[in-house]
Design a protein around this ligand. Structure first.
Ligand code: FAD
Length: 143
């Protein structure tokens, strides 16, 4: 089956508190692994950016559920397309927060001085997520 990568951004609603966030992560990790979906959820108190990779039908169906989830709004697709390989194959749902990022990475992707994921192009969004997950991997391996 065709494999796709999808990246979207959205704004959190008041329904999304820390408990809801923990629940989203738990559900995502369990369900995504069962559907052969991998990816990353980037969280800022104001927004989400998420990448989903996997079989097209599974990713499309999940995105359909995510778009209508009341815990966020203004869901905006940044990238969607076929891919041969996964960027985030090690993660059923990797998780990174703005406060985990170093200043250099933040500055590189913050055109207006503040990180605004809605202003990123599809390739910038992809590069941003690849970069922050590389850093996460390094931190985890202790190098
Ligand atoms: P059910 O559990 O039957 O829920 C039905 C609908 O109710 C859901 O579609 C959702 O809109 C809403 N809902 C569910 N739980 C709550 C709650 N606690 N509070 C308010 N509304 C709720 N799911 C994944 O499986 N994988 C992911 O990678 C993933 N990423 C997400 C990223 C974000 C930013 C958000 C907000 C949600 C994400 N979800 C993810 C959750 C997803 O939207 C669905 O809730 C989940 O997949 C269950 O779908 P369902 O249709 O089986 O829902």
């Amino acid at each position: 089956m065709q494999m796709v990568r999808l990246i979207y951004v959205s704004r959190m609603t008041e329904e999304c508190d820390l408990e809801a966030l923990e629940n989203i992560l738990k559900v995502s990790r369990e369900r995504n692994a069962a559907k052969n979906i991998t990816g990353v959820l980037f969280y800022d108190p104001a927004f989400f950016m998420q990448c989903l990779e996997g079989p097209s039908m599974a990713v499309n169906a999940l995105y359909g559920a995510i778009v209508t989830d009341p815990r966020h709004k203004d869901v905006t697709l940044l990238e969607y397309g076929s891919v041969n390989e996964r960027e985030f194959g090690d993660w059923s749902m990797g998780f990174v927060r703005t406060i985990d990022l170093d200043t250099q990475t933040l500055q590189l992707y913050s055109k207006t001085g503040k990180l605004d994921p809605f202003a990123l192009s599809s390739s910038e969004a992809n590069n941003f997520l690849v970069e922050i997950m590389k850093q996460r991997k390094k931190e985890r391996s202790g190098s």
